[in-house]
Write a protein that binds this ligand. Structure first.
Ligand code: BGC
Length: 445
């Protein structure tokens, strides 16, 4: 078993603490769907205000992603994780106590900012702590937690729906937050960041703690040779030896979003209603099932990611997603209601996403960049991720109204096929490679 050995227990524990940031990411992005049903009436929101409440989180996340790289490279990965927890705390506090639209908006913005920071800091922290041949599974704990957060949000909303308690729905977020906050005091800074900021003694101590000395020393050795501070400029992202890596990271982040995942995650109950499951309760139930499939298949990805490698998962996933989207489009194009075929196609789509673009896009951006600019490069790729997320969520319903659900899903299918071509041509295999080997690859290519 991957996690049984003593050597991996400490990295596992610290990765789990960090990945609670992923849980809060998943929870906060999804809880709004359930809470909105009731707070709209309670606070008397107009449609425009409703749209703002939903989209402000994404704006916050965009800005958070933009700042995250600079914070993580300058002040350290651990301090950035603390900043994330603080933002989540204030954000959740505003949301649970909000008595008007402005307070609600502030809460959504701050939580979004926290999500933006977490989406860079968590995978980055874990990647630098994990033994290289198990980096895939460790970093993907973040994605697992995102999916668990989404599922728990669906369940919490379902449970509180009868009593219409939207404040409790937001307030549940305090539970993982407090666990993470306490846990953060016990986790160390990453050796890679310590080395790059000239703290070799502290780095050695962390390595000792990691008890995986052989692998981790390799890692620090590798980073030492990179002359990291020289690279700490934004301009470094466009240097020839880094440009290709930068393009691949941004490309995979963009494809993760424009293949339509959040049209499904954010609008699932709506899609199920379009498919003929009119009753709200039924639609919510199928949505929970979708969340459970997402978690289950992410577990499968964790099992496969360091065995099969990144490229095969991307390729299998994108082929499966394209086929599922083709079927989904077909089910919505006929005159009959899409019904059970649509539900099957959606489940299949999310399964293929969960074993590929979901975890692997985050993983690849945490491992392909050189140390000096790793935070910034990840921040830029994550910014692209959130920008596309925003674009897809803004355009999905308009697309369905103007060209119909069938053509909309076929459009996502076409984009998935382009994504497949991109992976085939551009993305290298990084399974089992040290950071040093990955950097040598870029230099050679
Ligand atoms: C994506 C999110 C998405 C989630 C669904 C993540 O990898 O970044 O946008 O909502 O997966 O599981």
């Amino acid at each position: 078993m991957v996690f049984q050995s003593k050597l991996v227990r400490f990295p596992l524990m610290i990765s789990l603490i960090a990945s609670l940031g992923g849980f809060l990411f998943g929870y906060n992005t999804s809880v709004i769907a359930g809470a909105m049903l009731f707070l709209v009436n309670d606070l008397g929101l107009t449609i425009f205000q409703e749209e703002l409440v939903v989209s402000t989180l994404l704006i916050g996340a965009l800005l958070g992603a933009l700042c995250s790289g600079f914070l993580a490279d300058s002040f350290g990965r651990k301090k950035t994780l603390f900043a994330t927890a603080l933002l989540f705390f204030i954000g959740t506090f505003c949301l649970t106590t909000a008595v008007n639209f402005d307070e609600l908006l502030l809460g959504r913005f701050l939580s979004g900012f926290g999500i933006g920071l977490a989406s860079v800091a968590v995978p980055l922290y874990i990647a630098e702590m994990a033994p290289c041949e198990k980096r895939g599974v460790y970093v993907s704990l973040n994605q697992l937690m995102i999916t668990v957060g989404v599922l728990v949000a669906y369940v919490v909303c379902y449970l509180y729906a009868e009593r219409q308690e939207w404040r409790e729905m937001f307030g549940f977020g305090f539970v993982p937050l407090l666990i993470q906050f306490v846990g953060l005091f016990f986790i160390p800074e990453t050796p890679a960041w310590l080395i790059s900021h000239k703290h070799p003694k502290e780095a050695e101590m962390v390595l000792h703690q990691l008890r995986d000395a052989h692998l981790s020393e390799n890692l620090v050795e590798a980073e030492r040779k990179e002359d990291a501070p020289k690279d700490q400029r934004w301009g470094a992202l466009f240097e020839p030896k880094i440009r290709k890596a930068f393009l691949i990271g941004v490309g995979m982040s963009v494809f993760q979003q424009i293949t339509g995942i959040n049209a499904v995650i954010y609008y699932a109950p709506r899609i199920f209603q379009l498919a003929g499951y009119q009753e709200a309760q039924m639609a919510t139930f199928v949505t929970m099932l979708l969340g459970a499939v997402n978690v289950g298949m992410t577990l499968v990805a964790l099992w496969l990611i360091d065995k099969l490698g990144r490229r095969p998962l991307f390729i299998i996933g994108l082929i499966g997603m394209s086929m599922s989207l083709a079927l989904l489009g077909l089910s919505f194009s006929g005159s009959e209601q899409a019904g059970v075929v649509a539900v099957f196609a959606l489940m299949s789509y999310i399964s293929f996403f969960a074993i590929s673009l979901g975890p692997v896009a985050w993983l690849i951006i945490s491992e392909i960049y050189p140390l000096g600019i790793r935070g910034r490069a990840m921040g830029a790729a994550t910014f692209a991720n959130w920008a596309c997320n925003y674009f897809v969520s803004l355009t999905f319903l308009s697309l369905v109204t103007s060209i119909g659900a069938g053509l909309t899903f076929w459009l996502y299918m076409l984009i998935s096929l382009i994504g497949l071509w991109f992976v085939w041509k551009m993305v290298p295999e990084t399974k089992g490679k040290t950071f040093e080997e990955i950097q040598h690859f870029w230099k050679r290519s």
